[in-house]
Design a protein around this ligand. Structure first.
Ligand SMILES: [Mn+2]
Length: 327
């Protein structure tokens, strides 16, 4: 019999053995990191997080016995693993010789990943459950948010990240990790509202686009830092940050939105960012504010032991917030 206080079986996420039907939260691992521009490796995050999750004690002091709601980790899909190998090769060849055929190949695989993630998310939502996409790089959740918006028109997105991810393409790759929010806010269906938090590394054109995009509010790291330095509390700031978000919300968390000591081996680490107390308070307030968490993603977690440890704990908090938002 499962003992929540006993040692966990590291072959299962948090040692749990919930089936799809028993779970409230269904996590889809997407080991894809081909478009990472700085450092690859986040494809290994789902496995590393599953292994590290054995260390997470199951009574969360903010969200309680989250595990009781049921958390299921879907199996790794061989198609995604194959797409990642092929896309990595295509991207590498583009970087060497600018090959157009390889760029088209990489973009076509990006379409495949989007369709796969979309269909997985749709299946979970249509079963009345909470989908969670576990990357991989930040190109991965595009199809998930689109599937959620299609079913929940007016959906808002709360996006934690060091980067705005608002480039129209990056290195010629339409599905780049640096383009996901551009693709989201210019595509169809698109979220009504996007609130970004922790932004601190943007291109000149990209920042213009961020400020000119209707329905998008970016809280940069310097803006947050200035408010805190001038005596505003994080608690008050979070209420301001959440204010524009509608009743239904998707949480998109790029781990590099946190301070790099919490994600030293993420694809693109940047100094600054949210600390642990800040991010958990933010996530908890979404759930406590009466909003409903339709689904969420966690991306860009590095494959190393500490990165995976933090990732597993943040994933449990996100499950907790999503479950709480339903009760
Ligand atoms: Mn990102």
């Amino acid at each position: 019999m499962f003992d929540p206080d006993g040692p966990a079986d590291s072959s299962r996420l948090y040692g749990l053995d919930h089936t799809f039907d028993e779970a409230t939260v269904v996590i889809v691992p997407v080991p894809f990191d081909a478009t990472a521009s700085s450092r690859r490796g986040t494809m290994a995050a789902p496995e590393a997080i599953r292994y590290a999750s054995a260390q997470v004690d199951l009574h969360d002091l903010e969200f309680g016995d989250v595990w009781r709601a049921g958390i299921a980790l879907e199996p790794l899909d061989e198609r995604v693993q194959r797409w990642n190998v092929e896309a990595r090769e295509a991207v590498d060849r583009v970087r060497i010789d600018g090959s157009n055929a390889d760029r088209q190949r990489a973009n076509a695989i990006g379409d495949d990943v989007e369709r796969y993630v979309h269909d997985q998310t749709a299946r979970i939502l249509d079963a009345g459950k909470i989908p969670a996409i576990l990357g991989g790089d930040h190109s991965v959740p595009l199809g998930a948010v689109r599937a959620a918006v299609a079913r929940h028109p007016g959906l808002g997105v709360l996006h934690v990240d060091a980067h705005a991810d608002m480039r129209d393409h990056y290195e010629g790759f339409t599905h780049s990790h640096a383009s996901i929010f551009y693709n989201l806010v210019t595509g169809d269906p698109r979220p009504a509202t996007v609130v970004q938090v922790g932004i601190r590394d943007v291109g000149p054109q990209e920042w213009v686009r961020v400020r000119e995009t209707a329905g998008l509010r970016a809280w940069s790291d310097p803006e947050i830092g200035r408010a805190l330095v001038n005596g505003q509390t994080w608690g008050a700031l979070v209420e301001e940050i959440l204010a524009p978000l509608p009743a239904e919300v998707w949480l998109s968390v790029d781990i590099d939105g946190l301070q790099p000591n919490l994600c030293p081996n993420t694809g693109t680490p940047v100094p600054g960012g949210l600390d642990w107390t800040q991010v958990t308070h933010l996530v908890r307030r979404v759930a406590e504010s009466g909003r409903r968490v339709v689904g969420f993603d966690l991306v860009e977690v590095g494959p190393d032991e500490w990165d995976a440890n933090v990732g597993a704990r943040l994933l449990y908090k996100l499950c907790g917030a999503a479950v709480k938002s339903r009760s």
